[in-house]
Design a protein around this ligand. Structure first.
Ligand code: NAD
Length: 498
């Protein structure tokens, strides 16, 4: 998409004008309290902008605007074809600003610019476009009732939706909510993570320039315990669509129960297994994907394949290959287009990952690759891709979500044991298996308790298929037509025919 050099990206970064204010009722605004927080880049520690720290007063204001807008019908009752046109124009505007959005994403959370430009931004645009395209092609139902009654089963927008999203794919995760929620006719309040608010703030203005009526999309940057909590506890928010950690996801269920029983949709954490059977023919490809599945996005991926289960007969040879491919994920400067792995999001996350690396060693696992913080001279936060061997599935490094480039390799002896270890987790987001035995592929895929199963790949997914988790990885699904279920109420209308 772009062949800019590192120095051209750096020059663009130096001249970038960054906005840190909230977007409420069609305009930029400071938090009512006047409070701000510092947005610093994990790339090199540079100060980017002061960001509005919204709290319950701003939430009250935004919810009132969202409710009024929703009730006005200006968007909620606009024909699906017209909503489609406006959302397509929104996608086009994002496309026209792709470089700026990619740069904001990289500076804000540290991912490589080539990933931001080639994966995150196009994926976000595609999501908005796909949902826009779908919305005027979805039909409601006429129920097969008796002759004297007509049963209509129709979908209606749910109302005021709060989208609370994380920092690892800031724009992408936001668009997974915005796409279906807006297309269905809702008013949406987006709360980005305090660690990565910049692209969310930027796209609200682009959406309204594309024709989205004032108040349909609002963006409240702020902290989870203030802005996020106030949204989740608000009695006039109809639905909270969340992506983030399992701990916060559980908290949101409590807030909903304590307030208005708003719908709560949760995309939460993971500890995904990748199983490599000895009958996999292309072991080098499997090893390369195993390294990618923990190295990509610095391992800050909800579906990161952080547990690598390898059949004993191929274990030693396979791990040699994995470690060779791990070199591909050595961190580099995020604005260098050749870099495949960038900076960790901040000091807190870096410390957390390093503590897990220490705990892994203390717990008896063998550190056989990486494990160190590097490039401190940049002022940013970088960690080597890391491999632990001799891991037992009961160790904390195999049970807890580290959210960094740390791989735990585990040996197994039989198909049954592999399935048992893979499923022995509180999570169920992603799982993969490598085999050239077709029956085994189907047999094992069916038994893995996971929202997505990848056979002979570790796929980033596709807009056409749902994404979400079993068990404590979540409730509900993003992407595909199933995502519309989250943002619509199902209404039954029975009409007597005389
Ligand atoms: P997090 O749970 O700390 O924060 C997520 C969002 O919730 C942020 O906007 C945060 O400000 C907000 N928040 C925090 N406390 C809150 C509270 N008490 N009330 C309301 N809102 C609150 O997660 P994170 O560290 O930003 O992101 C990493 C996590 O996200 C990982 O666990 C990862 O697996 C998960 N994730 C899941 C998916 C998925 O699709 N399942 C995708 C990406 C990330």
């Amino acid at each position: 998409m772009s062949n800019l050099t590192r120095s051209e990206w750096e020059a663009m970064a130096d001249s970038l004008s960054i906005n840190g204010r909230a977007w409420i009722n069609g305009g930029y605004t400071h938090a009512e309290s006047g409070e701000t927080f510092d947005c610093q880049s994990p790339v090199d520690g540079r100060h980017l902008v002061k960001v509005a720290s919204c709290d319950s007063a701003d939430v009250d204001r935004a919810v009132t605007v969202a409710r009024t807008t929703f009730e006005s019908g200006e968007w909620s009752r606009l024909s699906p074809a017209k909503r489609k046109d406006i959302l397509q124009a929104f996608a086009k505007r994002m496309e026209n600003h792709a470089q700026e959005l990619a740069l904001l994403e990289t500076l804000d959370m540290g991912k490589p610019i080539s990933e931001a430009l080639n994966d995150d931004i196009p994926g976000s645009i595609n999501c908005i476009r796909w949902c826009a395209e779908a919305i005027d092609k979805l039909y409601d139902e006429v129920a097969p009732t008796g002759d004297n009654v007509l049963g209509l089963v129709t979908r209606e927008p749910i109302g005021v939706v709060a989208a609370v999203v994380p920092w690892n794919f800031p724009l992408n995760m936001a668009c997974w909510k915005l796409g279906p929620a807006l297309a269905a006719g809702n008013s949406v309040i987006l709360k980005p993570s305090e660690k990565s608010p910049l692209t969310a703030i930027r796209i609200a203005e682009l959406a309204e320039q594309a024709g989205l009526p004032k108040g349909v999309i609002q963006v409240l940057p702020g902290f989870g315990h203030t802005a996020g909590k106030a949204l989740a506890q608000h009695n006039d928010v109809d639905c909270i669509a969340f992506t983030g950690s399992t701990a916060v996801a559980k908290q949101l269920q409590v807030y909903a129960g304590e307030s208005n029983m708003k719908r709560v949709w949760l995309e939460a954490g993971g500890k995904s297994p990748q199983i490599v059977f000895a009958d996999c023919e292309n072991l080098d490809k499997a090893a390369s994907v195993a390294a990618m599945a923990i190295g990509y996005n610095q391992g800050e991926v909800c579906t990161a394949a952080s547990r690598l289960l390898v059949e004993r007969s191929i274990y030693d040879d396979f791990m040699v290959l994995v470690k060779q491919h791990m070199h591909d994920w050595h961190p580099g400067h995020p604005l260098d287009p050749e870099t495949r792995s960038g900076a960790m999001v901040d000091q807190i996350q870096t410390t957390k990952v390093l503590e897990y690396i220490e705990a892994g060693q203390q717990g008896g696992a063998r550190l056989t690759f990486g494990g160190r913080q590097i490039m401190q001279e940049t002022g940013g936060f970088y960690i080597e891709p890391t491999v632990f061997e001799g891991v037992d599935n009961s160790m904390p490094i195999a049970r807890e979500e580290i959210f960094g480039p740390v791989l735990s390799a585990i040996v197994f002896d039989s198909e049954e044991e592999a399935i048992q270890i893979a499923n022995d987790t509180i999570y169920g987001l992603g799982a993969a298996l490598w085999t050239d035995n077709l029956s085994r592929a189907h047999r094992v895929a069916k038994r893995l308790r996971s929202g997505s199963v990848f056979v002979n790949n570790y796929h980033g997914g596709d807009m056409t298929v749902p994404f979400g988790g079993f068990k404590q990885s979540g409730i509900g699904r993003d992407k595909s037509l199933h995502a519309f279920d989250k943002y619509t109420e199902l209404k039954t209308t029975l009409i007597t025919l005389t």
